[in-house]
Design a protein around this ligand. Sequence first.
Ligand SMILES: Nc1ncnc2c1ncn2[C@@H]1O[C@H](COP(=O)(O)OP(=O)(O)OP(=O)(O)O)[C@@H](O)[C@H]1O
Ligand SMILES: [Mg+2]
Length: 260
Amino acid sequence: MLSVLEWDDVHYTFPGASMPALGGASLCLVYGQRVVLLGRNGAGKSTLLLHANGILRPSAGTVRVAGKPLDYSQRGLRIVRHQVGLVFQNPDDQLFSASVAQDISFGPLNMGLSIDATRQRVSRVAVRCGVSDLLDRPTHALSGGQKTRVALAGVLAMEPQVILADETTAGLDPWMQHQVFTIFNQLVAEGTTVLLATHDLNVARHWADLVVVMEAGRVVTADTPAQVFADPTLCELLGPSDPWGKDRTRPTFRYEAGQS
Ligand SMILES: Nc1ncnc2c1ncn2[C@@H]1O[C@H](COP(=O)(O)OP(=O)(O)OP(=O)(O)O)[C@@H](O)[C@H]1O
Ligand SMILES: [Mg+2]
């Protein structure tokens, strides 16, 4: 099957950090997949996604989009950002224009679409993401969930081949979550690959075609939900699906070791 996005043995250490955030992460995604990316806080999920459209560049290893190694020239990066849409974990890192309409227009205008064609796309994705009534509002004056929906609309406006959504459903009310999963399902039916990084094990169990698990900067498995949730070691790693349940032994916090 044709690969849409591939991380091949990717290594990365943030400037000044003592430990690598990615220590040889590999994963291959094909067209039209529902992918859920799991892993504990600090496992490297966001860092992996930031490599997919060239925001971060690996110190070793290769990222390939549609089979071609990523081109880190200014022109190459402009093209890849239209192929790979990333919805950031924190929408404040994504929204920078004065108004919602300007923010959603940025990608299509940057791709060279006419003002008319851009306007049509903006209005279409605004309806899809439930932000039509917010188009004239300043981006900084929105609620967290509204910001997330605007950030998603900005990514959809570029009609990318793969959408990487970093905990995008986490702050949305159940109606909006339902709307976002409906959008994701429509995109997948059209051949787009949608990857959602989340801590919601139910989404992994019931929505994903492929469940990817990261630990300490590496992908430790990429398999069907049935296979992943049948593996007691992976279930132990991922934690309880009912964190409020009683009689839990305290988990070890790998990344907090040494703190009081
Ligand atoms: N800007 C940064 N500078 C230095 N280290 C960073 C930076 N961002 C992340 N890290 C470190 O890189 C590692 C991976 O972080 P990352 O944000 O990718 O984890 P994550 O799996 O997305 O976690 P979460 O579930 O909390 O979002 C962590 O050890 C983190 O402390
Ligand atoms: Mg993250």
